[in-house]
Design a protein around this ligand. Structure first.
Ligand SMILES: [Zn+2]
Length: 319
C-alpha cells in the first residue's frame, strides 16, 4: 500500500471510530492492518510513555489526545517518524515498524519526546528551539524516570545529545536565533534541538540551586495547571515571560538572552560540575561523591511537583 493509501485507510478508520466517546484520557487508533497482539504491545508502549509525561506535568495536558498509529515501510528504528497534531483535536501520529520487539519500542525515545511536546501549546514555527528543546531535554530523563534507562544511561544519552549539538554548532557557526527559524532549510536540527535542551538543562539545575529549591518540573506543572487549557495562543517570548513569572525568577529570560545570539553551543559546564558529571573523551564520568549522586538522582527521578491547590480542572494521568 502506498503512502497516500495508508493515510486514506487511516482516515476512514478514524471516521468510523469518530463517534466513539473519549472514555480514557487518550483515544488511540491503530491502523487496521495491525493484529491484536501488535495493538496490545503498541498500546502498552504508548500508555507507559504518556503516563510518565503526565506524571511529570502533574496532570493530563491534553484531554482526549488523539493518538494515531500507522505502519511505516521505510526509515530507521521502531518509530521512523512521528508528528504532533495541532489542528483539530491535539495529539500525535506515530509511524511504526512492527519488525521491532516490545522492548525496542520501550527503549526508543520518540514517544517520550512527542508526548512531552503536548505539555506546551504550539508556539509557532519561527522558534522551534524552545519546544524541541524541552522535548529533547525530557526524552532521555523520562526514560530514566520510567526505569527503562538507568540514571547513568539517561545522563549519558543527554550528554550524547549535547555533543551532537556542539559539533553541529561549530559546523554551522551561526547564532541560534539565525538557525532556529531556518532550521529546515539549513538542516541544523541537532544544533537547534540540543541547544534548546541545554537551555532547559541549565535552568533546571539553576532552579535546584536556589535558596528555596525548585525545578523545571515544578514550573512546567504550574504552567499546565494555570495556562495549558486557557485556549489562548502563546509565542515563545510570552512562554518565557510566563515561565519567569511562575518560577518567581528571571532565569528563563536571562538565559535566553545569554544563548540566543551566541554562535557557540550553550555552556553547560556549571551544571555539569554541580551534578558531578565530567565529559571525558567520548564518555561521561559520574562522580561517586554521595551529595553529587543525590543531586543526579533528583534530576532524573524527580519528586512530586504539583503544589496543593494548583491542580487544573483536568487532573489525573494518561492511561
Ligand atoms: Zn520534536
Amino acid at each position: 500500500m502506498g503512502w497516500r493509501m495508508i493515510v486514506a485507510a487511516m482516515m476512514l478508520t478514524s471516521a468510523a471510530a469518530g463517534a466513539a466517546i473519549c472514555s480514557d484520557d487518550m483515544r488511540i487508533q491503530m491502523h487496521p492492518s495491525m493484529d491484536q497482539r501488535q495493538q496490545s504491545m503498541l498500546r502498552q508502549w504508548l500508555v507507559e510513555a504518556a503516563r510518565t509525561v503526565s506524571d511529570y506535568g502533574g496532570a493530563v495536558p491534553v484531554p482526549c489526545a488523539s493518538i494515531e498509529v500507522m505502519t511505516a515501510n521505510r526509515g530507521q528504528g521502531p518509530v521512523p517518524w512521528a508528528q504532533v497534531i495541532r489542528s483539530g483535536q491535539e495529539g500525535i501520529r506515530f509511524y511504526v515498524n512492527l519488525d521491532y520487539s516490545a522492548e525496542a519500542f520501550r527503549q526508543d525515545w520518540t514517544a517520550m519526546h512527542e508526548f512531552s511536546h503536548l505539555l506546551l501549546p504550539f508556539p509557532g514555527n519561527d522558534a522551534p528551539w524552545f519546544s524541541e528543546g524541552l522535548a529533547s531535554y525530557l526524552q532521555y530523563l523520562l526514560l530514566g524516570r520510567a526505569g527503562i534507562l538507568t540514571q547513568e544511561q539517561a545522563l549519558s544519552s543527554l550528554d550524547g545529545g549535547f555533543r551532537r549539538g556542539r559539533a553541529a554548532a561549530s559546523k554551522h557557526n551561526k547564532s541560534l536565533r539565525n538557525l532556529s527559524g531556518a532550521m529546515w532549510a539549513s538542516r541544523s536540527y541537532q544544533r537547534v534541538y540540543w541547544s534548546g535542551a541545554a537551555y532547559f538543562f541549565h535552568i533546571d539545575v539553576a532552579l535546584r540551586r536556589l535558596p528555596a529549591p525548585s525545578s523545571l518540573q515544578q514550573v512546567v506543572a504550574d504552567f499546565v495547571a494555570c495556562c495549558r487549557h486557557s485556549g489562548r495562543s502563546w509565542s515563545v517570548p510570552q512562554l518565557i515571560d510566563q515561565f519567569d513569572r511562575l518560577s518567581g525568577t528571571s532565569l528563563f529570560s536571562h538565559h535566553y538572552r545569554q544563548i540566543i545570539d551566541d554562535r557557540g553551543f550553550p555552556d553547560v559546564s556549571d551544571a555539569y560540575a554541580w551534578l558531578g558529571m565530567v565529559a571525558d573523551g567520548a564518555s561521561l564520568q559520574l562522580s561517586p561523591e554521595p551529595e553529587l549522586r543525590r543531586r543526579r538522582t533528583q534530576l532524573v527521578m524527580g519528586a512530586p511537583a504539583v503544589k496543593p491547590g494548583a491542580r487544573p480542572a483536568v487532573t489525573g494521568r494518561w492511561q
